[in-house]
Design a protein around this ligand. Structure first.
Ligand code: ZN
Length: 113
């Protein structure tokens, strides 16, 4: 389950942040997940609960925000928003698209105490 690896990475980031800021607990974590990625929010939540159990982020609320993917339409020659994998261009309906998936998961904000 690759959500587990993503959570480990996220917890490492949180730990780096903790060493810098010296907070004691994480209350809320806002993460952005690209809609075109392979991250399943339910699996992510589960993986997070398991891997954060003995860390400063234990019991933190995981706020998952799905962000639309972005791609490039070869026919319109412009950047387009892609809601989900397999969708065509919202302007011309073309499927000649280059997906610019970006990062699958991004730690956006930490609420700490
Ligand atoms: Zn197009």
């Amino acid at each position: 389950m690759h959500e587990m690896a993503l959570c480990q990475g996220m917890l490492e980031l949180i730990d780096v942040q903790r060493q810098k800021d010296g907070f004691e607990r994480v209350r809320r974590i806002i993460v952005e997940v690209g809609a075109l990625g392979h991250v399943d929010p339910h699996a992510l939540r589960f993986a997070f609960d398991v891997s954060a159990a003995d860390t400063v982020a234990a019991n933190a609320e995981l706020d998952i925000r799905e962000i639309p993917g972005r791609g490039w339409c070869m026919d319109c020659s412009r950047e387009i928003a892609v809601e989900k994998r397999g969708d065509g261009c919202p302007h011309c309906g073309s499927f000649t698209l280059i997906m610019q998936q970006g990062e699958e998961l991004r730690l956006k904000e930490l609420e700490v105490v």
